[in-house]
Design a binder for this molecule. Structure first.
Ligand SMILES: [Cu+2]
Length: 126
């Protein structure tokens, strides 16, 4: 019986690896005047692709469902637009308002190497 345990642990580790980064990113379309809601965790954003319509000012809200601190920064090319400061606390939410002209943006987590681990997404403003 004891010999089965390492094999089981290995199987679970392999299964765990497969499920992480390969998930297709969910796209959400946000209408003018609505809050852009994003859930953050280790190491993802959901939705990972945002389309906001109407241009202008948008309220962003990020709910941290993870156990680590996360933030949400928005950039366009090399230009940092702004975002939500890092915060910790499972289930907590923080928000900000950003003025965005139509175009293609990215959002990402600037904490540690979270972006490289998958915490990034696309944001299109129409
Ligand atoms: Cu993060």
């Amino acid at each position: 019986m004891l010999r089965l345990i390492p094999a089981l642990a290995l199987t679970l580790a392999i299964a765990g690896c497969g499920g992480g980064g390969d998930k297709p990113k969910r796209t959400a379309t946000v209408q003018p005047g609505k809050v852009v809601n994003v859930i953050a965790g280790e190491y993802f954003y959901d939705p990972g692709a945002l389309v906001v319509t109407g241009g202008g000012k948008f309220a962003f809200e990020m709910k941290n469902e993870g156990s680590l601190a996360h933030d949400l920064k928005v950039r366009r090319g090399d230009e940092e637009i702004g975002g939500i400061k890092p915060f910790q606390g499972k289930g907590r939410s923080e928000g900000t308002t950003l003025a965005l002209s139509p175009g293609e943006y990215e959002f990402y987590c600037s904490v540690g190497d979270h972006e490289a681990l998958g915490m990034k997404g696309t944001l299109r403003v129409e």
